[in-house]
Write a protein that binds this ligand. Structure first.
Ligand SMILES: [Zn+2]
Length: 548
């Protein structure tokens, strides 16, 4: 009898503890609404504050930027040691990994999945993910876009209402990484990338493209000017292992991000076009760091997307937890290569897509039909007058992935760049990126490579507030006077790849393209263009310089 009583009371205590834990379990907005709604900025902040109140020792919140409409953007820091600033990391012997969501604020599942991840790490048995690393999370990077929640912003399969893609100024934040015209990306680059120096950056999105079954898609840095060893490591080692683990442990399938090359014939291939530095994950690659673009499948329902996104970031953190020191060592080697091997090398300026590898995709049988006259008015002309419709019949395709880019044309780099004193605004921007700039303390003359512009074509269409330029011209060797107060950017520095990317006049996504030199690259009365205001020097300026 006594034994039975003891057992009963034990059972009661267990039940009580369980229901208490359940009572106090913080739920995200989708969990509370059966995945009908996504959270507002206030609701995210509310969740974060309540979770932090329960775990003040392992969870910290700092704010690193203020949006145009005045919302403070949170960075959540999860660590066993209670780290709240980057200076304290070195005492832990650990390194940070950064996960960011909601840059395109209509793409919402990352915002919800990162909140659930925090809860799982802090109170649902996933504290193992903090054992070897510091986890940095930006759950809501675009709060202004997020809070414009309404119907009809996305064609995703739920939630009913979502925010918009652009920020409070009307910019697409995932096109701003080079020009830094938004308070959000400017602070992300200068306050998070530069100060915390995460070994990995994960950027969470929702796809908008082709039909398939897999709920998660991914890509590493695609910019071919990035360190090739790191790019190869991502494609060949890291992503396949994360992909495999995601399926084995969580039962979720994933494939590389992309779209069918030819809508009419899926077997022709799968292509990822996004190789420019304006995209966050590519930009991060130009900084010699690893990055993962997460694009969750838009046609999957909201709950499936949150579940897939959550499992994917856990699979990533499991990988980094095991391999973080190896990754950091690879990145340090890439930094060293950037210091020693970029100057005087061939820098690619145009590319063609080439096969990365073959893979299989679970998709559908498609039906092709001509548009009716009515449909022709409804759809854009580039669809070519026919529609490709998905049937319910599932089909597996084996097809080539085109996500690698082979250089077609090169320019030769030199020791570094000299910027004329007129380019203070550009220098300011380079400094914000973390690029080392020195001031030349004395006038001098030297033989340098100058870029003689023969033509500037500006796009007719406005893109992100710009008419993008395409320059033509040739480099000529010329003796010029370099005035005191000019600036020197050496290519013997860890961010040399990024510096060349921004300053080369033929760089497809460089500062000349983004109109930063428009004041000077104009035609004179003689119909000739003025000189490009960045010289390529053949040697370090042989005069006194000081660091800016
Ligand atoms: Zn997106």
């Amino acid at each position: 009898m006594k034994k039975k009583l003891v057992l009963l009371s034990l059972l009661l205590t267990l039940l009580l503890t369980f229901s208490k834990a359940n009572e106090s379990k913080l739920l995200t907005i989708p969990e509370q609404t059966n995945f009908k709604r996504t959270s507002t900025y206030r609701e995210v902040m509310d969740f974060l504050k309540k979770l932090k109140a329960k775990h003040p020792d392992r969870m910290k919140i700092t704010f690193f930027a203020t949006s145009t409409e005045g919302k403070k953007i949170p960075l959540v820091i999860l660590s066993e040691e209670g780290i709240s600033k980057p200076e304290d990391i070195r005492f832990t012997g650990k390194l940070p990994v950064l996960i960011m969501a909601n840059i395109h604020a209509g793409e919402v599942e990352g915002k919800e999945a990162t909140q659930i991840l925090m809860r799982e790490i802090l109170e649902e048995g996933r504290e193992d993910l903090l054992k070897n690393q510091i986890v940095l999370i930006i759950p809501i990077f675009n709060p202004d876009g997020n809070d414009k929640i309404a119907k009809g912003h996305r064609r995703d399969n739920g939630p009913e209402e979502a925010g918009v893609r652009y920020n409070g100024q009307g910019y697409d934040l995932n096109r701003d990484y080079l020009k830094l015209e938004t308070p959000e990306v400017r602070a992300l680059v200068n306050k998070i990338f530069l100060r915390w120096d995460p070994v990995l950056f994960v950027d969470m999105h929702t796809t908008d493209g082709s039909y398939h079954q897999e709920p998660v898609t991914y890509a590493p840095n695609m910019a071919p000017q990035g360190d090739q060893t790191l790019i190869d490591f991502m494609w060949k080692r890291m992503l396949p292992e994360i992909d495999k683990n995601l399926e084995k442990k969580y039962g979720i399938k994933s494939i590389p991000y992309g779209n069918f090359v030819d809508r009419k014939d899926p077997s022709k291939g799968w292509r990822n076009h996004a190789y420019l530095g304006r995209y966050g994950t590519c930009y991060f690659g130009l900084r010699n760091r690893l990055s993962i673009l997460d694009e969750n499948y838009a046609h999957a329902d909201f709950k499936t997307r949150v579940k897939g996104a959550l499992a994917f970031i856990k699979s990533i953190l499991e990988y980094t937890s095991k391999n973080i020191n190896k990754i950091a060592a690879l990145e340090k080697e890439a930094d060293l290569r950037a210091v020693n091997k970029v100057k005087n090398s061939d820098f690619p300026v145009s590319f063609e897509p080439v096969k990365t590898y073959d893979f299989t995709i679970e998709s559908y049988v498609f039906r092709i039909r001509k548009m009716t006259e009515e449909e022709k008015k409804k759809y854009p002309p580039w669809l070519g007058g026919y529609l490709v419709e998905k049937t319910d019949k599932i089909k597996t395709y084996k097809l080539p992935l085109f996500a690698s880019y082979k250089p077609r044309e090169f320019v030769k780099l030199t020791e570094g760049y000299v910027l004329l004193p007129s380019e203070k605004q550009v220098v300011e921007l380079l400094k914000t990126h973390g690029i080392d700039v020195q001031v030349i303390g004395k006038d001098f003359k030297d033989k340098v490579k100058v870029f003689k512009i023969t033509d500037v074509k500006s796009s007719k269409r406005i893109f992100q507030g710009h008419h993008l330029n395409k320059l033509s011209g040739e480099e000529i060797l010329k003796e010029v006077k370099i005035p005191k107060g000019s600036f020197y950017v050496s290519l013997s520095q860890p961010l040399s790849r990024l510096a060349a990317y921004l300053l080369e006049p033929l760089s497809e996504d460089g500062l000349a393209a983004w109109n930063f030199f428009d004041r000077v690259i104009v035609r004179e009365w003689s119909n000739k263009y003025r000189m490009y205001p960045v010289y390529k020097v053949m040697r370090t300026p042989p005069v006194y310089m000081y660091t800016l």
